[in-house]
Write a protein that binds this ligand. Structure first.
Ligand code: LFR
Length: 489
């Protein structure tokens, strides 16, 4: 195995990164080349992503890699959050800024959609959990506008597909990201025509689906000129960030679950086949497409968004760092009040601390007053939701979860890792924190023939980034808190 360099562009809802991965003798090393902020922009009441500025930041990342770090990567790969898309006109231009999934135009879209196709049928056809922002409902809502931009669109590209297109000029839909749309058949790289028709768009908008590890194309001559880079391939990685993260879980055999912890907490298992039944519909579990034919059977939990949004409001008064928030949390008493993290009021309330206080008042609980009390309420509630979700996974599969791998930025929070172990009673293995970028890099390595399988990827990840174990401690009455929590969900 020779020494190879891969450049991963990993975009989340709050930040983006260019990470250089060097793979040598079965060991992967990371260097962060470029980091930038990402945020929705509000224009006339709607929320969008500034795709052009994101593209520019990626080019800056590539330029820095070549000029400052003096490395010509062997390939690049791009992953982003799910569901959002851009439209491309017949002349090849993007049709406006893409909407951000927290935009309110889909607030009632699901219920209206069920008038066209019933909920149960939609689930059985797709195997995807219901979230109002799934591409299916976004398109349904857009199609109803009187001057919809869909009228002038010729192709639909998900966010990573769009950036791949801007880099290469090639339009492809990658499988893992396309699966977040709720328009694919469960476990298959095939558009479900009944769903496409029900949301009202033309099938012609949707393109060929490529698998993670396929080459999209080479980067355009103008980008080579602007960045100084060579004519390198752009790889379709597992371009949904969660799929990349799960590909890099440092797991061995046995019954393990993962918690990909970032803006969202994605908790579930890797399954060889989709698990679609009345029970999984009732529990609203998803079956998103994974690497090498696997299925990501998981559930979205509101995650760090809750605390990130509190911090954003608190920072207006005085900038805080994360350690300060953890310290204040540790001073506050446990279980005084709890929320259901996935109540729709928390999706995009504008003022999160206020939304949490209102939830507690509405449910007849103590209303948290201090920042520490609000944060304590969030963290306790989150780990109880993890416990709840693990029980659901166990009930569907009939297997006990023996290990929980926490990966992603949230795995840096040692207090939360320990709380998760305590509340669930399951040993937690934390890390790697850069799971998404690592998964992205390792699929590039696979595309270039440096590794051959998902299990080889995981062995390399485990060797390169040893996870840290948290043993459950029986220090608090989690069962009583869980009973209280269940009444809120
Ligand atoms: C995580 C994530 C989730 C997806 C949500 C919205 O970053 O990709 O998997 O459900 O964002 O796209």
């Amino acid at each position: 195995m020779s020494k190879k360099h891969f450049l991963a562009f990993d975009l989340g809802a709050s930040s983006g990164r260019a990470i250089l991965g060097t793979l040598e003798k079965g060991n992967l090393e990371l260097q962060e080349i470029h980091r930038f902020k990402n945020q929705m922009i509000r224009i006339h009441g709607s929320y969008y992503w500034n795709i052009y500025s994101l593209f520019d930041e990626l080019k800056t990342g590539l330029k820095k890699c070549v000029n400052e770090y003096k490395i010509q990567p062997d390939s690049i790969g791009i992953d982003t959050w799910g569901v959002d898309y851009s439209l491309v006109s017949a002349s090849g231009q993007l049709v406006g800024l893409p909407f951000a999934y927290r935009d309110h135009r889909t607030d009632h879209a699901m219920e209206e959609f069920f008038g066209v196709m019933p909920k149960e049928e939609t689930y059985l056809l797709s195997g995807i959990q219901f979230m109002q922002f799934n591409t299916l409902f976004q398109l349904f809502a857009s199609n109803k506008e009187s001057h919809s931009r869909l009228n002038i669109a010729k192709s639909l590209l998900f966010t990573p597909d769009t950036l791949n297109y801007l880099f290469t000029g090639v339009k492809k839909n990658e499988y893992t990201i396309a699966s977040t749309s709720q328009m694919l058949k469960p476990g298959k790289a095939e558009w479900e025509e009944k769903l496409v028709k029900a949301c009202g768009i033309s099938k012609e908008l949707l393109g060929t689906i490529v698998q993670p590890g396929e080459v999209i194309g080479t980067i355009l001559a103008e980008i080579q000129e602007d960045t100084g880079s060579a004519e390198i391939p752009c790889i379709a990685v597992a371009s949904h960030d969660t799929a990349s993260a799960i590909a890099s879980v440092p797991a061995e055999d046995g019954n393990w679950a993962y918690l990909s912890s970032g803006t969202w907490s994605l908790l579930g298992i890797e399954s060889p086949t989709p698990l679609v039944s009345e029970e999984t519909l009732r529990m609203n579990f998803t079956n998103e497409g994974g690497v090498d034919g696997t299925t990501r059977f998981l559930k979205n939990i509101m995650g760090m968004w809750l605390i990130q949004e509190c911090k954003r409001i608190w920072d207006e008064e005085k900038e805080m760092d994360w350690q300060e928030i953890v310290d204040l949390t540790c001073e506050a008493e446990h279980f005084k009040c709890l929320i259901n993290p996935d109540d729709p009021v928390f999706l995009n309330p504008g003022n999160m601390p206020k939304a949490i206080q209102e939830f507690c008042a509405r449910t007849g609980q103590v209303v948290p007053q201090t920042k520490g009390e609000v944060a304590r309420c969030i963290y306790d509630s989150l780990v109880l939701k993890y416990k709840y979700t693990i029980h659901q996974v166990e009930s569907v599969t009939g297997n006990k979860i023996e290990k929980l791998h926490i990966i992603g930025g949230g795995a840096r929070n040692e207090m939360l890792n320990q709380l998760t172990a305590d509340a669930t009673g399951i040993p937690v293995w934390a890390g790697p924190t850069e799971a998404t970028a690592i998964g992205n890099l390792m699929i590039q390595a696979k595309a270039l023939g440096e590794v051959s399988s998902l299990s080889e990827i995981r062995t390399i990840v485990k060797r390169s980034f040893e996870p840290q174990e948290y043993v459950p401690a029986a220090n608090l009455d989690w069962e009583a808190a869980y009973e209280k929590f269940l009444k809120l969900t």
